[in-house]
Design a protein around this ligand. Sequence first.
Ligand SMILES: Nc1ncnc2c1ncn2[C@@H]1O[C@H](COP(=O)(O)OP(=O)(O)OP(=O)(O)O)[C@@H](O)[C@H]1O
Ligand code: SF4
Ligand SMILES: [Mg+2]
Length: 349
Amino acid sequence: MRRAAARSDGSAWPSGGLPQSPRARRLMTPLLEVSDVVIRFPIHSRIAARLTGQPSSIEAVAGVSFTLEAGSTYALVGESGSGKTTLARAITGLVPIEGGQVDFAGRTISGLSEAALRGVRREIAMIFQDPIGSLSPRLSVRAILAEPFKVHGETADLDGKIARLLDDVGLSPHFAQRYPHQLSGGQARRVSIARALALRPKLVIADEPTAGLDVSIQGEMLNLMRDLQRKFGTTFLMITHNLNVVRHVADRMAVMYLGRIVEEGLTDDIFKAPRHRYTTALLSANLKAEPEAASYVIEAEGETPSLLNRPKGCEFHPRCLFKREVCRTAMPEEQMPSADHRFACHNPA
Ligand SMILES: Nc1ncnc2c1ncn2[C@@H]1O[C@H](COP(=O)(O)OP(=O)(O)OP(=O)(O)O)[C@@H](O)[C@H]1O
Ligand code: SF4
Ligand SMILES: [Mg+2]
């Protein structure tokens, strides 16, 4: 997978691609622009909300903006429940957005009808989290890989296309006859990637692409995605709890907390000098916790607050070890230490 800067730590994780100057990157056309996106889920009827005194909906994504450049890899990180999957599903049109806008390849795709979304869906593919569970158990690999071609009426030379897809992801042609329960976790993940790539999408959204895989298989998967990115110019939006993965494959990253981006920028900059106190807690936590653990053990007080009861001021303040009085009452403004880095914190690192 392409990186903004080559790694020098000698690790076995994939790296590569030519470093680009910030100016060169800014001149590139963004493939995906997410602007002020708000997503709410109803949780109570209005009457029940009035009786319980609770809100009738939760704001799972609360005004998120970021830009994804063509051919790059972008990572979304944050604790469980921070809104990563919801945001990803909204980009593909699986969840409606209530505010803001999503632009893809120069066209606004939020609010499109199902019919209009059909064309977009062949350009944006999603790899779901559970490698075996996300494959239909009663369908053979051949049938699973044939599905996207059939949906889009591209059935000419189907067996040839399936054989090429299997080859692209490093599986031999006889895997076409297998069923999901006959695949290892790594093989199932390869099939998921092959299915996602079937129609040569411009953007692949990968939700926890390495979760549940052994470290060596994780490395293989990331190498595979990097190779496919080089070969086809695919852009990746990756959601992961594994900060090692982020560090080694993502050009840019966003840290989410309670449905908001609290810090965003070049991965190298954020790893070298994280500013928001939630980011610093998250980065130090990953060194202690199991990389694939669903939740981090972070240097912070207490549990993540409920979306039903968002804290006032900085929403991280009840847990923050560095809070000031202002943090309890005023939401911090966004600061930009450089054109490539933004965060919102009253008392940054
Ligand atoms: N369909 C839904 N109805 C109501 N609430 C939902 C729905 N889907 C998600 N949520 C809530 O929205 C919030 C964000 O969930 P989401 O799954 O996007 O988090 P996440 O960051 O992907 O977490 P994880 O790391 O555990 O996958 C959570 O509080 C979740 O309970
Ligand atoms: S704004 Fe205050 S409470 Fe929030 S992360 Fe920064 S220092 Fe901590
Ligand atoms: Mg999720």
